[in-house]
Write a protein that binds this ligand. Sequence first.
Ligand code: C5P
Length: 419
Amino acid sequence: MSTVDLTNKQIVLAISAGIAAYKAPFIVRGLRAAGAEVQVVLSANAHHFVTPTSLQAVAGNPVRQDPWDSAAEAAMGHIELARWADLVLVAPATANTMAKLAHGQADDLLTTLCLATPAPVLVAPAMNQQMYRHPATQNNLRLLETLGYELIGPDSGEQACGDEGPGRMSEPDALIAAVGRTLATPVPGNLKDHTVMITTGPTLEPIDPVRYISNHSSGLQGLSLAEAAAAAGARVIVVAGPKVQASSAPIERIDVTTALEMEQAVQSRLPEVDIFIGVAAVADYRPATSHEQKLKRSGEPGAEMTVSLVENPDIIAGVARHAQRPKLVIGFAAETNDTLAHARAKRERKGLDAIVLNDVSDPSIGFNSANNAATFIYDGGEVTFPKQSKRQLADSLISQIPDIFASQLADTNPETVTQ
Ligand code: C5P
């Protein structure tokens, strides 16, 4: 029994010609059991692996495969179908279909539809392990990710051709869960009457007027959270480090450069804040002296120079122990080893209500990537979010906050104890 709720969602299942297409009727059944309406589109050769008759029976809608089918076009044109979809799931996605999608080719109904839809497109690769490992396929996978397609799987294991390795399509239940995650949207009004402050991006600590210490943070995850919180009805204040891109959402933004400026900006607005989310990759240290003039080289080859550093304040720990502590303080932890243990300890040490753990040893997520995966750790529970776009992760996290922290958020602000 599916726990995914897709009530009133309109899904196009786009099936390309791989052996895993035999599982497509189970995907259709699962989507419908979760409440979705499903239209099925086949690539030119997919009918060799699964019959349109079975698919039509389980979908309850006619199956489409020919872009020149005038009767189908008259009933719902392919552009109309592309607009009708809340989400397109390409499963199985063959190497050939992925190559076409990665290059914007539209030579059949399936690829035309993917190009014409404004909806999110989820892609479930399925192919022989050698085809999957081929650099051309790997390049196309990366291209698809940068174009905003979300990849689900593939799994690894025994293959229809007898090989072992990566390339098995994810199981129908996993695909349906991914559809549910992608369509999870913050409920409008769920954070109404709450002010959310989010720090994001790197900080930049000057050594002299032209050099600095900083890090690879893009600020995208924090910005995505800000947009998700705004979509949930919150008033949002973002404190952004340098080079964080602009956002179209209705968000108040305070731009800062250094950790000390970020701390000052945060503290000055803290009394207004109900939920504080620290996503910024704050530099732990800053140069003890920021030189007014550009430092000159000594001219002696091999000469050493030392930049002495002093520790920056821990901004989020300061928020968590502040007399005017927000109702919720949530941090992020980027870890490379013993990730869960380090994140749990960090949550306790900093006095946070929750911490979002990212494993940054995986280069396909986190810094400089459009995707992220995380474990949300709070007192009494942990929720794992598999790899997804940073915006989807933000939507999933923001959607869960009102439920997990219902009692804390319901509290009217206690009289602040002043020292
Ligand atoms: O200690 P670490 O940097 O791993 O902790 C990460 C969490 O702490 C993030 O939420 C980050 O925004 C916050 N932080 C902070 N001030 C610092 C260092 C980290 O607010 N100086």
